[in-house]
Design a protein around this ligand. Structure first.
Ligand code: ZN
Ligand code: ZN
Length: 86
């Protein structure tokens, strides 16, 4: 097991959870959570953090990066298939 297979629970930093269990864990943990409301990252539902930290998070969010790389790839492929109309 490597560290990268674990994620940190957004509701309690002391919870280190196997990544594939994290979505289920988050649902359970949220029920007991009494802190400030966390925003859900648009690119990965297991990323939750205070609204004011979201911009900062997106700079390092791997799923955000993947999403944009994928879109850029699609745009590039699209452009190759159909030349832009003039
Ligand atoms: Zn937790
Ligand atoms: Zn994220």
């Amino acid at each position: 097991m490597t560290d990268s297979e674990y994620g940190i629970c957004p509701y309690n930093a002391e919870h280190r959870i196997l990544l594939f269990r994290l979505p289920g864990h988050i649902i359970k943990c949220k029920r007991n959570y009494r802190g400030p409301t966390l925003q859900i990252c648009k690119f990965n539902a297991t990323h939750r953090l205070p609204a004011e930290q979201m911009d900062e998070h997106l700079l390092e969010c791997a799923d955000y990066r993947k999403f944009h790389e994928y879109n850029n790839l699609q745009i590039a492929l699209q452009a190759r298939k159909s030349p832009p109309r003039s």
